[in-house]
Design a protein around this ligand. Structure first.
Ligand SMILES: [Zn+2]
Ligand SMILES: [Zn+2]
Length: 257
């Protein structure tokens, strides 16, 4: 059994909880510690029970309370070397540990692999977490789908995938042109259409539980994301996916596989 819950998703702060009943992980810690503690209490667990924090990249909406989490509770925080090098000085007294992107490592009885992403920071990654024959993939903050992400999504039982923006909403938004270009660029964020297309392309007919994540507050809407992706899936005759949306500062439904 593997369980995946988004505790918060989007520019307001990102954190996801993954466990198999014994080993408990946080992927990113981009909200306050108080928020994370309360969200975990809702799930019947506590911050001090977390075995490790994994960092996808050094942007503030992913690392906000990671150093404090480590210092206060002695929780190790894992990142690749480039990400660890880019962290602020607050991490100097934290228990930081390095992993190599593309190479499997273990925390407790979970096997983890960091998957390279395309995003505007040092060495962004997503994660594959495996236990026995179950596989969860977490892929947010990616401008385009890399071949490694595509391979990771294939055969996954549960997927947390970025669906950041709707093209029309982004084009109409009050964001400055340079920011719009960054968001929709190769090193920015994944659109609803790109998310739908990669889900359709990698679907195999086996049931996959999907949590759409990192939705923009300004340039997206949960109904628009679900509708856009639903249309792409039905056009490609894919009906094996159960798609839900992770909210901002809200605990998502638990995805259990
Ligand atoms: Zn980012
Ligand atoms: Zn982000």
């Amino acid at each position: 059994m593997l369980k995946l819950v988004s505790l918060s998703s989007g520019s307001c702060g990102n954190a996801a909880f993954v466990e198999n009943g014994r080993t408990k992980l946080l992927v990113d810690a981009g909200t306050t510690l108080n928020y994370l503690g309360t969200a975990l209490n809702d799930l019947g667990t506590r911050l001090e029970e977390i075995d490790a924090g994994l960092l996808t990249h050094e942007h503030g909406d992913h690392i906000k309370s990671a150093a404090a989490l480590s210092r206060r509770f002695g929780i190790p925080v894992y990142g690749n070397e480039a990400t660890l090098d880019a962290l602020p000085a607050t991490f100097q007294s934290a228990d930081v540990r390095v992993f190599e992107t593309g190479r499997t490592f273990e925390v407790g009885d979970l096997a983890i692999e960091a998957v390279p992403h395309s995003h505007d920071c040092s060495e962004p990654v997503g994660f594959i977490v495996c236990h026995e024959d179950r596989k969860i993939v977490i892929a947010t903050d990616l401008g385009v789908v890399t071949p490694e992400v595509r391979a990771a999504l294939t055969g996954a039982d549960a997927i947390m995938l970025e669906a950041n923006h709707d093209f029309k909403m982004l084009a109409r938004s009050r964001y400055p042109a340079v920011l719009k270009k960054r968001i929709s660029g190769e090193h920015g964020h994944l659109s609803n259409v790109a998310a739908g297309e990669i889900l359709a392309m990698t679907a195999s007919g086996k049931e996959q539980k999907v949590l759409l994540a990192h939705l923009s507050d300004e340039n997206n809407d949960r109904h628009v994301a679900l509708e856009t992706i639903g249309e792409i899936l039905s056009r490609k005759a894919v009906d094996s996916l159960k798609v839900r949306v992770a909210g901002r500062l809200a605990v998502s439904p638990a995805i259990i596989v």
